[in-house]
Ligand binder design. Structure first.
Ligand SMILES: Cc1cc2nc3c(=O)[nH]c(=O)nc-3n(C[C@H](O)[C@H](O)[C@H](O)COP(=O)(O)OP(=O)(O)OC[C@H]3O[C@@H](n4cnc5c(N)ncnc54)[C@H](O)[C@@H]3O)c2cc1C
Length: 633
């Protein structure tokens, strides 16, 4: 690139950050310089509206993490016709760039949901509401997420089965994680926990800030080992494994739809917003037989010979069920929606990995540091001409970084129910030596830069921050239709900290991070807390447990992992929405297959588990429709 273009590009990139324009700017850069990302040969080409049919075997609502997998797997059977309806646009080019991830929040690629105002959490946010956005594009949230590839703990799945869901224990789901996977981190390729050759590639991020080595060393000093976080033991630290291919995002649209979209039995319709599931009562059974959707202001009805599959995510799937008359009777009656089938659990059991921002620490660059790269990640200020050239010409550099989570540690702040307070680092080493307690309750995302949104840290300050995600919340929230506008954004009540233990664990995590900052690895960097002195928390001693509790409530943030709002469970469980084969209780030919079916949220990020759920469900559907009919006697 010429110097003038470089300089201009830098100015533009920095001024457009966090708007749709940044996507357009980067798209142009990619088309000019990176045909490998543009990938015009393989990129999905949606089916033009006139080619859509009025009838398919399977209709899938939502082309996100789960929906893309289902469309790909079900259309492997040439005899089945499959329609995938996605409300958002095609996958853009720019989201391939890992660092762009933090800039999509205010673009048209997301549903900008917010939680209902609360006095108990997100108290420092506008109108005391937490941002709850999720993906609105082909690939869904996998196209805009943090790309972290974590599966959760084996006990999570064993608990699912114990709750009355046969076939969902860890040994049963592991083959489905492996089926999707193309593990490209060399040391894991031979592992019995990983697969090679699947559609979904997993790599380490190509770029990481130098500060990350110090953070991982600090985790080691705290008594943790470097482990495969998706392997035999989950407790420990690691570089972040990512859903990445050649250093770039590997969304489910890229992984599963690009190899499939040319099949003549698969139609993919973007910008197609499903308004309703079509249902009828045949007297002896209730059936879902199609959907109504809107595309370019035209309304269409399309029918399904076999099944309608709801994969609209943990917020929209329960909303669509309720709009179609399937949900808690009282709520539907209140909104004058005819009750087709009373399913009290729709929208309940909502869970999330609640977290909080604001754990910022400043460091001094060590005198012996001689690298040319910035020591830590400095936000968009880092996007100078050199970074853009590295990206556009050399396929390297900071644009290949996960700015939130270069590395991570999974810890348990408790030991046999004993709360950790005022511990010494030495005690910690003993506490975690016992591998049998391998059930972390917090995931610490170690960010190579300060969290400028939470504090007034200047972006160029040399700093790091930590996001602690509560892995097994006791609190349960719910989703309901908005009485004034049922078709609009639903009401989301996450109920964070309804279970007081949730707040305690996050406060313990804050204390843990503080202690981590006292390790010799981080003292070497002269690490100092840069944690806001929040006026409404000033009655508490700064950095005491009470202060942490106050900070957590103030800077609460969604982990963006909504789950559980159409939970799987046996018919004997009144609040179960789907059975162990993900069929909606009481309504034939209708399944929900996405993050909403988790009975309890897994102890790790939710993308890989959702993909696993869709892989397993695809096999269940195949079995259901290809099993020989039992002959009548
Ligand atoms: C900002 C963010 C960061 C995240 N980071 C990570 C991470 O690093 N690692 C990780 O494992 N997980 C992460 N997650 C969570 C993870 O991506 C989700 O759990 C997962 O993608 C959920 O998959 P899903 O299929 O349930 O829903 P989605 O992937 O959200 O898909 C739902 C799709 O349905 C479409 N849709 C909704 N309503 C309709 C309708 N009426 N008609 C047609 N289409 C509709 C939506 O547009 C969307 O494309 C993150 C999520 C977010 C939002």
């Amino acid at each position: 690139m010429s110097n003038v273009i470089q300089c201009l590009a830098t100015q533009i990139a920095q001024s457009l950050w966090t708007t749709d324009w940044i996507l357009i700017f980067l798209q142009t850069l990619i088309i000019l310089y990176r045909p490998d990302i543009a990938d015009p040969e393989n990129r999905v080409r949606p089916t033009p509206p006139p080619s859509l049919r009025s009838n398919y075997d399977f209709i899938i609502v939502g082309g996100g993490s789960a929906g893309s997998v289902l469309a790909s797997r079900l259309s492997e059977n040439e005899k089945w016709s499959v329609l995938l309806l996605e409300a958002g646009p095609n996958e853009p080019h720019a989201t391939d760039i890992p660092v762009v991830y933090t800039s999509v929040a205010s673009t048209s690629l997301v549903w900008n949901f917010t939680s209902y105002p609360s006095d108990n959490y997100c108290t420092g946010q506008d109108n005391r509401q937490c941002s709850w956005f999720s993906g609105r594009t082909l690939g869904g949230s996998s196209t805009i997420n943090g790309m972290i590839y974590i599966r959760g703990n084996r006990r999570d799945y064993d608990r699912w089965e114990e709750a009355g869901n046969p076939g969902w224990n860890y040994e049963s789901v592991l083959p489905y994680f492996k089926k999707s996977e193309d593990m490209r981190i060399e040391e894991y390729q031979e592992s019995p926990y990983h697969g090679v050759g699947g559609y979904l590639t997993v790599e380490n991020f190509r770029y990481r800030s130098p500060i990350t080595n110090y953070l991982m060393e600090a985790a080691r000093e705290m008594g943790y080992d470097e482990v495969d976080l998706n392997g035999a033991n989950q407790t420990g630290f690691s570089l972040t494994p990512g859903t990445l291919r050649d250093g770039l995002r590997c969304s489910t649209a890229k992984a599963f739809l690009r190899p499939a979209w040319r099949r003549s039995n698969l139609h993919i319709s973007t910008d197609s917003y499903v308004e309703k599931i079509l249902v009828r009562d045949d007297g002896n059974r209730k059936i879902a037989y199609g959907v109504q959707f809107r595309l370019q202001s035209t309304s269409y009805k399309v029918t399904a010979n076999r099944e309608v599959i709801l994969s609209a995510g943990a917020v929209r799937s329960p909303q669509l069920l309720m709009l179609s008359g399937i949900g808690p009777r009282d709520h539907l009656v209140d909104l004058n929606i005819p009750v087709f089938h009373d399913v009290p659990g729709v929208g309940s059991n909502l869970q999330d990995h609640v977290t909080f921002t604001g754990l910022n620490y400043n460091v001094t660059i060590p005198k012996n540091y001689s690298g040319s790269e910035p020591f830590s990640y400095a936000g968009q200020d880092a996007f100078d001409s050199q970074t853009l050239t590295q990206f556009a010409i050399n396929n390297t550099g900071m644009m290949y970084e996960n700015p939130d989570t270069d590395s991570m540690v999974l810890i348990n702040t408790r030991n046999s129910g004993k709360v950790i307070r005022n511990f010494s680092i030495k005690k910690f080493v003993c506490r975690y030596a016992n591998g049998s307690g391998d059930y972390p309750n917090v995931e610490l995302a170690l960010s190579p830069g300060g969290n400028a949104t939470a504090t007034n840290v200047v972006a160029s300050t040399t700093s790091f921050s930590v996001l602690p995600l509560l892995l097994r919340p006791g609190s349960r929230g719910y989703i309901r239709l908005n009485a004034t506008d049922p078709e609009g954004f639903p009401i989301i009540v996450p109920n964070y900290f309804q279970d007081p233990q949730d707040l305690e664990v996050l406060a313990e995590a804050a204390q843990f991070v503080y202690d981590m900052s006292r390790t010799s690895a981080l003292r070497f960097l002269n690490t100092q807390p840069d944690i806001d002195r929040i006026p409404s928390c000033s009655t508490f001693e700064y950095l005491s447990m009470n202060y942490w509790r106050c900070l957590v409530r103030y800077y609460t943030a969604s982990g963006f992992h909504p789950a559980g709002s159409c939970k799987m469970g046996p018919a004997s469980d009144r609040m179960a929405v789907v059975d162990a084969r993900l069929r909606v209780h009481g309504v034939s030919r209708l399944r929900v297959i996405d993050a909403s079916i988790m009975p309890t949220i897994v102890s790790g990020n939710t993308n890989a588990p959702t993909i696993m759920i869709a892989e397993k469900a695809s096999d269940m559907i195949r079995e259901a429709w290809t099993a020989p009919l039992i002959p009548a006697i």
